[in-house]
Design a protein around this ligand. Structure first.
Ligand code: P6P
Length: 340
């Protein structure tokens, strides 16, 4: 390749964050420092995930988490790495993790202005099979009178100042968005040890004939969901083409594909999981903000805009439909027929 063809104006995540900061005159740099600690946690989690089979890190840790899920060794390591990175940043006051029953409060940093919600390794039940898993995160700015208690975090996703996820797949992909901002995708360059901006200003296709749901739950689905999914599989229009089904069973992997290609991802509340399976604070809300900022929609099983939903407890679950604007609109329109 001739020298003139090599891109020498490389935008790393570090540079991106510095440039973002200059857009906010009142910025103190705390948020930027928090994000540097965040990116380090992704690099270290990626390191252990890629080596897990080699150094006997697959399999069960012999413990279980707050909701009785068997913890994989990597769940525990990912959680510990994430907590250590947030704590050492000195910019986080408290943290909710899927792996921790209670709010984690960093007493050493009583004046830190941020709170973080996370699922350190979502989809970890797939780890031993080498399926892509990911870290999902959300960042809240605490009110001045915050007391570092869990009530500080029982807020709607519209309060998130940033959110995103990192997928540990064929490559390590990071997607991040700020409130009211664009969605930007970064790819880890292992040689440089840097996340490189590869997907600036990600915009979702307005529609795409791909649906992603666990059909194994169809016995439990409510009527509107059944009618909606059947309308994709058996198109009414003569000669209409059925949708393609794509389901990995790892939210970050299913969400990332949906974000890139378009379509819809759904984990509806149903007769078996009446409140849904996925968590509001650290799975649904962060993903909803990414999808909305990329031009998509995200609703719960009552067809409420997910970002307006306020959890009662830090581990509350919700039904979720997220994806291309028109695809989610189809779900809303079918539910309207039943709402009367
Ligand atoms: P099911 C993984 O366990 C997870 O929490 C999400 O990552 C994923 O979308 C969902 O559960 C898969 O659940 O019931 O289809 O196996």
């Amino acid at each position: 390749v001739g020298a003139e063809k090599i891109n020498t104006d490389i935008v790393t995540l570090t540079r991106f964050l510095t440039e973002e900061q200059t857009k906010h005159k009142e910025a103190t740099g705390d948020f930027t420092l928090l994000c540097h600690a965040l990116q380090f946690s992704f690099k270290s989690i990626a390191y252990y995930i890629r080596r897990s089979t080699l150094i006997n890190l697959t399999g069960l840790a012999g413990s279980s988490n707050t909701t009785g899920d068997d913890q994989k060794k990597l769940d525990v390591i990912g959680n510990d790495l994430f907590i250590a990175a947030m704590k050492s940043s000195g910019r986080v006051r408290c943290l909710v993790s899927e792996e921790e029953e209670d709010l984690i409060v960093f007493e050493e940093h009583p004046n830190a202005r941020y709170a973080v919600v996370c699922d350190p390794i979502d989809g970890s039940s797939n780890l031993d099979a080498g399926v892509s898993v990911g870290t999902i995160f959300g960042i809240f700015k605490l009110p001045r009178d915050a007391k570092g208690v869990k009530e500080d975090l029982l807020r709607p996703g519209t309060d998130l100042v940033a959110s995103g996820f990192t997928m540990y797949g064929a490559s390590t992909q990071l997607v991040i968005t700020m409130r009211g901002g664009t969605v930007n995708g970064f790819t880890m360059d292992n040689a440089l040890g840097e996340f490189i901006l590869t997907h600036p200003n990600m915009r979702m296709p307005k529609k795409r004939a791909i649906y992603s749901v666990n059909e194994g739950n169809s016995l439990y689905w409510e009527e509107p969901v059944k009618e909606y999914i059947n309308s994709l599989k058996y198109p009414e229009k003569e000669g209409g083409k059925p949708y393609s089904a794509r389901y990995i069973g790892s939210m970050v992997a299913d969400a990332y594909r949906t974000l890139l290609y378009g379509g819809i991802f759904a984990y509806p509340a149903d007769k078996k999981s009446t409140k849904g399976k996925l968590r509001i604070l650290y799975e649904c809300a962060p993903m909803a903000m990414v999808f909305e900022n990329a031009g998509g929609q995200a609703v719960n099983s009552n067809m409420d805009r997910l970002l307006t939903v306020v959890p009662q407890h830090i581990h509350d679950r919700s039904g979720v439909f997220l994806g291309s604007y028109d695809e989610v609109q189809k779900v809303i329109d079918v539910h309207k027929k039943y709402a009367k």
